[in-house]
Ligand binder design. Structure first.
Ligand code: ATP
Length: 305
């Protein structure tokens, strides 16, 4: 079942056409990475899902219900985590979650249970300090607890790792992976390595549309380049190897960078043994021989080019 569906979304801000024809769906239990350059319309898309911005045309459905701008019953299905969440700094995390539960109508007995469970999940259960003394990473972890308090079907995370250091980012990514077992997650970012770590589905936003979407591992395989990296023992051997490689009919490129030769070939399975034979016959010692795995960065650069 699709938790989220966007159909033919256009969004203009005055004469600026930010989204021209956005279509995508997010199926239950996936962690969907919405990626795009700065200004490609990720936050605008998130805000439209939340009913905070009106699409110029088109429709969005959350759990099968149409999102209506400004009137947001569909938000009962959604937990939202912004890039920099705001809290009442004079409260403790427990007090704050209790307040959120009361405001949103969670039963009193449930508030206590869920608060305990979520504070444990985000690693803030023993912390009795006021929120104003929290680090950014701690605030983001509290934001996740708050976003999950109403047991949402869909967790929307907009650029939530962008302002964090590597340790804080890892903590949040681990938590979002864990949150993916409770809710479907849509995660917007331009940090591609974060997407590779936790997302199973991706959509690449470019020129006002999702130009590419689907399972991350399938997309990476489709974009697989037949490429190798060979590191020679000494720098003077690299140009010698490159010259030999260029003479082979199935090598399309052999570029030298220090002691490394970056090679592009037609078919890895068919041709790799010939390269190894060449290394042996020319007596070129190597330190490393690696078939390059496709990365999301290759895919992304190819799509937005
Ligand atoms: N309320 C608004 N009024 C006018 N223009 C806007 C408004 N909100 C966004 N825009 C413009 O729409 C475009 C897309 O903005 P958006 O914030 O959705 O991009 P983004 O992909 O989230 O970018 P970033 O990665 O930098 O956060 C930008 O050019 C932005 O200036």
């Amino acid at each position: 079942m699709d938790i989220l569906r966007a159909e033919h979304i256009r969004k203009n801000f005055g004469s600026q056409h930010v989204l021209t024809d956005l279509n995508f769906s997010v199926s239950k239990h996936s962690i969907f990475g919405l990626i795009g350059k700065n200004g490609s319309g990720k936050t605008t898309t998130m805000k439209m899902i939340l009913g905070l911005i009106k699409p110029t045309s088109g429709s969005i459905y959350v759990c099968g219900e149409k999102v209506a701008y400004g009137d947001t019953p569909t938000n009962r299905h959604i937990g939202y985590l912004p890039d920099v969440p705001e809290f009442y700094g004079y409260m403790t995390a427990r007090e704050y979650l209790k307040l959120c539960g009361e405001i949103t109508g969670v039963r009193r007995s449930e508030i206590h249970k869920r608060t305990d469970e979520l504070l444990c999940l985000v690693g803030l259960n023993g912390v009795n300090r006021k929120i104003h003394s929290y680090s950014r990473g701690m605030k983001q972890r509290l934001g996740i607890a708050q976003a999950l308090l109403n047991e949402p079907e869909l967790l929307i995370c907009d650029e939530v790792t962008s302002a964090l250091d590597p340790v804080g980012r890892k903590e949040i990514l681990d938590l979002l992976s864990a949150a993916g077992k409770r809710a479907t997650v849509i995660f917007s970012t331009h940090i591609l390595s974060d997407v590779e770590r936790i997302c199973d589905q991706i959509g690449v936003l470019n020129n006002g549309q999702l130009e590419l979407q689907g399972p991350l591992n399938e997309i990476k395989q489709d974009y697989r380049q037949e490429a190798l990296q060979i590191e020679t023992l000494t720098p003077d051997q690299a140009p010698v190897l490159a010259a030999h490689l260029k003479a082979l009919p199935f090598i399309s490129k052999a570029e030298v960078s220090g002691r490394t030769v970056n090679v592009q070939l037609n078919h890895y399975e068919e041709n790799s043994l010939d390269i190894i034979r060449l290394l042996a016959s020319e007596s070129i010692p190597i330190l490393k021989y690696e078939r390059l795995e496709p990365t999301l960065e290759n895919v992304f650069m190819d799509v937005i080019r």
